[in-house]
Design a protein around this ligand. Structure first.
Ligand SMILES: Nc1ncnc2c1ncn2[C@@H]1O[C@H](COP(=O)(O)OP(=O)(O)OP(=O)(O)O)[C@@H](O)[C@H]1O
Ligand SMILES: [Mg+2]
Length: 496
């Protein structure tokens, strides 16, 4: 029931307000009693003194029982809120106007009485109540002096309890009724109002949190496409922790959606690859088998030229098959970190002339012009020459393969700063559409169109190249325009 933050906060608030109400009520009650006591004691401050002075309770140097009785009688008229006690010098009760069984204490503590008479302590001042063993009450007190042969002798005290037993029983009920009235109407009214305002405030403050919780809940059941669509409707405006949390959550949502899509795409590519690989491996294998079978059957009737041509075709299919299998192994070893590089310094020109020599014929056959533009062939770079040759060769092979007849493939190198040498392979061939660019470095990814289908490789060359460059702390970059051409580039560390 109290699972949501709002209901929990409301419950806590309710408990806090109730405690506050009780506390305030208690304080109020105490304060009102203290005020009443203080006022009462002030009002009756001179009462004992006046009784002693005006009514007189002594004669011939000691207490006069008759006079005391008269005084008690007169005081009774004032009402039951006052109780009189005559004390001797030590505080023991001498006379009182109470039934015997009501008296629980025969003597009272004189300390507060003396403080009262000497006015050394602030009021209200509490003294022992003879009618109770432990109760303390406000009082009025005065010294009693008795005249004897012109001399005044100190004989004891007149001790008056203000607000006696009867008064107590009535005032308690009155006090409660009054206090309740004030508390219920005043304090509780204000507290209820405050509570309502706070609940409304809490409701408003926790609203964004509730909405965010709903979004997070719906996130679980959303598909990546839905996530992106939902995100488009979300405005990340506003400041504050909750809005920050919200926008961070949406960024996370977007990233997850993007990663999910990427994973799905990779999965798709892998599945496609399995189909392609089995087809691609089978095609050259079937070719080899077919050429060899024909050779076997027609051996006798074939001219040596024809035989030669069949053998060449079989060997070329074998090369293709070997190339594909090698690439597969190479990528697997790279992915499991089995390939290590050995860096050496070498002149960039040496590597370029090797590549030119090995691919010149291939370019010519395709009607493509292979151009090397090298600023400084002597420039030294530090890398694993075999691996970098492998990367560059794959780039140039791709460029030749995807070039039109009479197209140009340029290998361009230049030192771009103190530490880096740039290598670019630029062609003016078919180009790559923008939507394919993010995926071409993924293994097995091939951009299929009618022209390119004829040239289908395994789709591993760029993935291998990228991984080989990563081992050199470098990275393959691409920029391309469909129908205009492509530019692949990477940097190598220079030898200083
Ligand atoms: N210079 C380029 N011009 C146009 N498309 C290119 C170019 N280089 C690469 N591509 C595209 O990127 C894809 C991936 O290239 P990658 O070198 O990884 O594989 P591949 O050449 O098809 O096969 P492999 O290199 O394994 O024999 C290619 O299939 C092609 O569609
Ligand atoms: Mg390739």
């Amino acid at each position: 029931m109290f699972q949501s933050l709002y209901s929990r906060l409301s419950l806590v608030l309710l408990v806090v307000f109730l405690l506050m109400a009780l506390l305030l009520f208690g304080l109020f009650q105490q304060a009102s009693v203290a005020t009443r006591n203080e006022a009462s004691q002030h009002l009756h401050y001179d009462l004992a003194k006046n009784i002693v002075k005006d009514l007189g309770i002594t004669s011939q140097g000691t207490f006069d029982p008759k006079m005391i009785k008269d005084a008690f009688h007169q005081m009774m008229i004032l009402g039951p809120a006052i109780e009189l006690y005559v004390l001797d010098k030590d505080g023991s009760l001498v006379t009182y106007d109470a039934p015997e069984e009501k008296i629980k204490k025969r003597s009272v503590n004189l300390k507060p009485i003396i403080s009262f008479i000497n006015k050394t302590v602030e009021l209200p001042l509490f003294g022992d109540d003879p009618r109770s063993l432990d109760k303390q009450k406000i009082f009025s007190a005065a010294k009693v002096l008795a005249k004897n042969e012109g001399e005044e002798i100190f004989v004891g005290y007149l001790y008056i309890i203000i607000g006696g037993e009867n008064f107590d029983s009535i005032s308690t009920s009155l006090e409660l009724t009054e206090a309740w009235k004030i508390s219920i109407i005043g304090i509780l009214g204000a507290l209820v109002f405050l509570l309502l305002v706070s609940l409304l405030l809490f409701y408003a403050l926790t609203r964004p949190l509730r909405r965010l919780t709903k979004e997070i809940q719906s996130f679980e059941s959303s598909t990546p496409k839905q996530l992106i669509k939902d995100d488009e409707n979300v405005s990340n405006s506003g400041k504050g922790e909750l809005n920050l949390l919200k926008s961070t959550f949406h960024q996370m949502e977007e990233r997850i959606a993007a990663q999910l899509e990427r994973l799905n795409k990779q999965d798709e590519i892998r599945c496609e690859f399995l189909a392609y690989v089995s087809h691609d491996l089978r095609t050259p294998l079937a070719g080899i088998k077919a050429y060899l079978e024909t050779l076997e059957i027609k051996q006798e009737t074939m001219s040596s030229k024809e035989r030669q041509s069949y053998l060449r075709k079989a060997i070329s299919n074998g090369d293709r098959l070997e190339g594909m299998i090698n690439e597969l192994f190479e990528l697997t070893r790279l992915e499991s970190n089995q390939i290590k590089i050995t860096k050496d310094e070498f002149a960039i020109g040496d590597m370029l002339s090797d590549i030119y020599a090995s691919l010149e014929d291939k370019a010519k056959q395709q009607g493509v012009k292979l151009i090397v533009k090298c600023e400084n062939p002597e420039a030294l770079v530090i890398a694993d020459i075999a691996k970098i040759e492998r990367v560059t060769q794959n780039l140039v092979e791709n460029a030749i393969r995807f070039s039109k007849k009479n197209g140009n493939v340029v290998i361009h190198t230049e030192k771009i700063d103190e530490k880096n040498h740039l290598i670019q392979v630029i062609d003016n061939g078919s180009g790559i559409a923008e939507e394919h660019l993010p995926y071409i470095f993924e293994p097995y990814y091939r951009v299929a169109n009618d022209k390119q289908l004829k040239h289908m490789g395994a789709g591993l060359g760029l993935a291998i190249s990228q991984r080989l460059l990563l081992l050199h702390d470098s990275k393959l970059s691409v920029s391309s325009q469909l129908g205009e051409g492509t530019n692949f580039s990477f940097t190598l560390s220079t030898y200083i």
